[in-house]
Write a protein of this length. Structure first.
Lengths: 508, 508
């Protein structure tokens, strides 16, 4: 028997239709069993988390996203909230589909505009792209930024169909400015068209939030809870409401995640794909993000998986301090689009260039619903897709580049649910291995606060402008501000036809 | 005067409406002037390249993409080819728009399906997304992979409109398998619908290629030349034909690139934005890809810029050997999507986590065509967008993370042309700084060859199957193949209803 075949079989992990192959990593013989005893701590931490321990100590929060697909594991109060919300999501979506809930002019809703960012957009975007078809019950569009032109563009595509458009505003905190701005821009568009926005809008947000209050007269409100983080919220109303409106199989999503959760509770690192994947990442990145994780699904429908994983992985693991307060500057950088497409973009560098990465190949066994054509005798387009995956993997291995291969049967709701759960638990285990809190994001606030100070400065700049042309330095001096920021503000105002009477050698 | 403001002004480079700010890098005083003398070599190499020297020594090819927007610089023969092709692209597109060239049933073309991958897709995709609107003359779809389901999905969206669909097949070599497969899948779809594919198809390819021959009876053929590389082909027929069909301003694209080329011929590193950007990248990545380049355009329309740059940068710079044959394993990893969206995904790690990156912020001054609403008194959604850019930049700087800021006036054809030229020249200069050939991709062939061997093995596997159920190892032994690959092939065939009589403990 070939050594490769022996190693392949020994290291292969197969559960619930998902196969994880870590044999192309340059791990020593005896791995991962050699890691089993130190992994006990990760299993213990996950156990405690699932039982309701405070797994996010900085924010004194429990971490309950695993309860979303197994409410029987949740404390009584949360259990009721989960099951009630799921029922309400389904009932509301059915009402929309049946025309029992209609827009301000009595038209049935045919489209949904989802307004959210980060954890309130990446999951819904992944799901709609992975599972959507031309026979969906509703088509989804997104506002996922505060770019005015970006929103205008989406509105132009909805032009003429606003009366059939339901708006779903999603913000856990209810105070995210991009989402607030998106909501205001959408509201203004509905009002320009003469429609009552409140009769087109629903909210998904925490009780008592700014958004929750704004949504008082809307069609419906769905809850978010402080025990579900944004990046693990796809199986709460955040992800399930858009999916249900689109007509996707939400029970399949939940069942897939539930089954993967169960499979990844097994306390055996070789038989538990999340444990094995966490150990594989830890090996390949030396447990300190020494190499980037390149995610290459060979399937167009999984194009957004890498973007989803950027948040899940980088926001969870990218931490300055460990749980003991020691500065560790941890993380794991993630990028990638899809294969074989990316082979024609940057496999040149992956194979020959700077050796700062390892690849996660994702293979999907099912090619297409129907038989399809042959592109050569006995050969299909899908055979080429597999050929390119295996060929690229071999070409990388030849140059000592490591890779992992995850194989799934198809791109169904059940499989997507399983993938979401697999990566959530992998990240959770990995966090314990490197002793960090995966469930907070202390570094995000600084940028938001600095942004608020730029906007406050803009108000000062505008009020300091008068009929006298003055230079940037004079204006900055008048309001005791940094000239560079004053310049940036003035340049932007001027480019948009505002504050055009400001002058200075750098104004354009 | 604040030290920051002084440094900002000293290092600022402004040309042709584009502003490059490298003041947030931790460069020593006197930089970049201190690099001027060693940069002379890069200016010389670029000069020689533009004059027709063999700048790609491994393939003994000239590198002529700068001629595409300044044909007067090209040798006589190439000059005629460039101008003739541009005229033909415009004339053909006008014929299509005016209904002088129509589909097999006499219908005017309203859509174009572009079939290409890598350099034959990334540029067209960037341009269509950056510059498109609901008033375009034609809408574009893409086959950019050999994923059967992915192609089915695009065809489903074109369902009912095939008679109005023009197919543009783009392959420089004319032998790219993904593109060949896409062409065959499209052809089959047209035939199923009863339409004559040849009356819907045009090709962009090298003279005499496999595709060129297949396209003999098609509506038109446009040339590609061996002196234009795939990743720098956006301003050849590869990018200009899709753009012209869509109704984009191809003259604007060319003019923007031409002006940026002129601005980046200036032999002064502080006044030449491509030279300054190359030096900035070199500084930030220690001239060896020590840190990743995170591209964050704060504009939805520039979402695909990072994917375009992944190819341009990584395929150009990701090289094993330098020009002297020394093993250097060079490169520069690129990723990113858009701001402020990505702030909610992974700025947590960029600021607090593993310090393995630097950021290129891209600011667009113009917010939207019309005035738009205020989201707070005196404040627009666009003000927030700028606020988040500056806020995030400050939050990163606070933790010692370096960044560069590129500011453009708008997202117009002219600006996009300028950006393409700026990055092409930056990469060219950078390649000279690290002494590598930016214009070949020797590492790409290995994966393709390995893929061909998988497909050849599949044929052997299929012919080895007979009525007797056998395990993977027995089949592998019978054809002297590696059992793992045999297993992968059988598993894939079986999942797609083929070769289901193969068995074995790993068959699913």
């Amino acid at each position: 028997m070939s050594a490769n075949w022996k190693r392949y079989q020994e290291l292969l992990c197969v559960v619930d239709g998902v196969t994880l192959d870590v044999s192309k990593l340059k791990t020593p013989s005896g791995w991962p069993a050699s890691e089993a005893s130190r992994f006990e701590r990760a299993f213990d931490a996950m156990d405690a988390l699932e039982k309701g321990a405070v797994a996010n100590p900085d924010e004194q929060r429990r971490v309950g996203h695993y309860w979303l697909r197994a409410p029987e594991l949740a404390p009584t109060e949360e259990r009721a909230a989960i099951t009630d919300t799921l029922s309400r999501v389904k009932a509301f979506s059915a009402d929309v589909h049946m025309g029992r809930v209609v827009g301000s002019t009595g038209s049935k809703f045919s489209r949904a505009l989802i307004i959210g960012i980060g954890g309130s957009a990446l999951g819904p975007q992944l799901a709609t792209d992975a599972l959507g078809s031309t026979s969906d019950k509703m088509s989804l569009s997104f506002f996922d930024n505060t770019d005015p032109d970006g929103m205008d563009r989406v509105l132009a595509q909805l032009s003429g169909a606003l009366k059939e458009t339901l708006v779903v505003v999603i913000s856990k905190s209810g105070g995210t400015k991009e989402t607030r701005n998106g909501m205001l821009e959408a509201k203004a568009a509905f009002e320009r068209a003469g429609f009552d926005f409140a009769k087109h809008a629903v909210a998904v947000t925490g009780a008592g939030s700014e958004l929750d209050k704004a949504a008082a007269g809307w069609l419906a409100r769905f809850p978010m809870w402080d025990w579900v983080g944004g990046r693990t919220s796809q199986l709460s109303a955040v992800g399930l409401l858009p999916a249900a409106l689109q007509g996707l199989d939400v029970d399949g999503l939940l069942a897939g995640a539930r089954a993967m959760d169960a499979a990844t509770r097994v306390r055996d690192v070789q038989k538990n794909p999340a444990a094995l994947l966490a150990l594989a990442w830890h090996h390949a990145s030396s447990g300190r993000g020494a190499k980037d994780l390149v995610v290459l699904p060979y399937k167009d429908r999984l194009l957004l998986l890498s973007r989803y994983l950027q948040q899940l992985v980088m926001e969870s693991l990218g931490k300055e301090k460990d749980l003991d307060g020691k500065v560790v500057e941890q993380g794991l950088s993630v990028y990638g689009n899809k294969g074989s497409t990316d082979q024609h973009a940057y496999v040149q560098q992956l194979r020959d260039g700077v050796a700062n990465h390892f690849v996660l190949f994702v293979e999907v066994l099912k090619d297409r619903p129907s038989a399809g054509i042959e592109v050569e005798p006995g050969v299909t387009s899908g055979d080429y897709l597999l050929g390119f995956l295996l060929g690229t993997r071999a070409a990388l291995a030849e140059k000592g580049r490591e890779s992992i291969t995850l194989t799934v049967p198809d791109v169904s709701a059940r499989t997507l649910g399983a993938l979401i759960a697999l990566f959530e638990r992998t990240v959770g285990f990995y966090a314990t291995l490197i002793n960090i809190n995966a469930y907070h994001q202390p570094g995000v606030e600084a940028g938001k606060k600095a942004a608020e100070s730029v906007l406050a400065l803009q108000k000062k700049v505008v009020s300091a402008l008068d009929a006298t042309p003055r230079g940037v330095e004079q204006i900055a001096e008048a309001i005791s501000a940094e000239p560079e920021t004053v310049f940036q503000i003035l340049r932007h105002l001027s480019a948009n036809g505002r504050a055009t009477h400001a002058a200075g050698k750098y104004a354009r």
